[in-house]
Design a protein around this ligand. Structure first.
Ligand code: NAI
Ligand code: BGC
Length: 265
């Protein structure tokens, strides 16, 4: 059995770059019609839609801020107008606004919590309402699936990034609590916790001397690529993972294995 998503509609937030872009492409190749949500990257989102269509897939780009309740409603309405349903949500949008605690502005704390955590709440709520309204469309064993994009920093504390780490810690329990609440309706909620993956969010940390230093934290010896995460996402969204409920797949080359203990601690 392959990981296929034929006949399903997947909405991927923040899909104009990085992990979201890779997930959107892979899901389209696996047979899903894909809603490419973007915030600032309208041109890149349009390019991605074109590439998916050239490959024989179906996609539409819809802008919208995931932290804005009305915009999230419009996003889901747009998805249904384009493809008639939503079967899979990948709540992927996220950002960093890093600063040491003494100089972290309240606005930088708030922005990261708004996008990374409240954005996932708003999108998950809209998706669950939609799944309930649709019922069983006969396209998957579950009536709907939600993937919450977390991070290794849902468990690894991160000095200089307390807003980001707090948001991902929040995502972890948002995900598991939601999974518990809606599993009885055959809605599966799961999470992804990537380590260092080469995308725009960490460009500085993954190039040159910084990359060399970073590799010391990655037992597998390489920085991750977006496809590493997209493949795990495809598995989680597919019926191959039908009995995974409230699970987090860590995709990190071993970053969470306490690499400092490799040489006997
Ligand atoms: P990225 O910067 O390429 O992608 C983030 C996306 O979120 C962008 O497309 C951006 O436009 C979108 N976005 C930002 N604010 C938004 C808003 N208000 N509404 C809608 N979309 C918004 O970086 P990347 O790495 O692809 O990040 C995707 C997710 O993966 C984030 O949640 C990030 O925290 C998470 N992540 C990334 C890791 C990495 O090493 N690259 C590791 C662990 C987690
Ligand atoms: C962050 C990246 C970082 C990675 C590993 C992610 O959640 O967004 O900037 O490279 O975690 O520390």
């Amino acid at each position: 059995m392959e990981c296929r998503l034929d006949g399903q509609v997947a909405l991927v937030t923040g899909a104009s770059s990085g992990l979201g872009e890779a997930i959107a492409r892979l899901f389209a190749g696996a047979g899903a019609a894909v809603v490419v949500n973007y915030h600032s990257g309208a041109g890149r989102a349009a390019d991605l839609v074109r590439r998916i269509e050239e490959d024989g897939g179906r996609a539409v780009a819809i802008g919208g801020d995931v932290a804005d309740e009305a915009a999230v409603e419009r996003l889901f309405d747009g998805a249904v107008a384009a493809f008639g349903a939503v079967d899979i949500l990948v709540a992927n949008s996220g950002l960093q606004k890093d600063a040491p605690i003494g100089s972290m502005a309240l606005s930088d704390w708030q922005k990261v919590i708004d996008v990374n955590l409240t954005g996932q709440f708003l999108c998950a709520r809209a998706a669950i309402r939609r799944f309930r309204a649709q019922g069983d469309r006969g396209v998957s064993r579950a009536i709907g699936k939600i993937l919450c994009m977390s991070s290794v920093h849902e468990t690894i504390p991160w000095a200089g990034h307390v807003n980001y780490a707090a948001s991902k810690g929040g995502v972890a329990l948002l995900m598991r609590s939601l999974a518990q609440e809606v599993a009885g309706e055959r809605i599966r909620v799961n999470g992804l916790a990537p380590g260092a993956i080469r995308t725009p969010i960490n460009e500085k940390a993954t190039t040159g001397a910084a990359e060399e230093k970073l590799l010391g934290l990655i037992p597998y010896g390489r920085v991750g690529e977006p496809l590493d995460v997209a493949r795990a996402a495809l598995f989680l969204a597919s019926d191959m993972a039908d009995y995974l409920v409230g699970a987090t797949l860590t995709v990190d080359g071993g970053m969470t294995l306490y690499p400092a203990f490799r040489d006997n601690g």
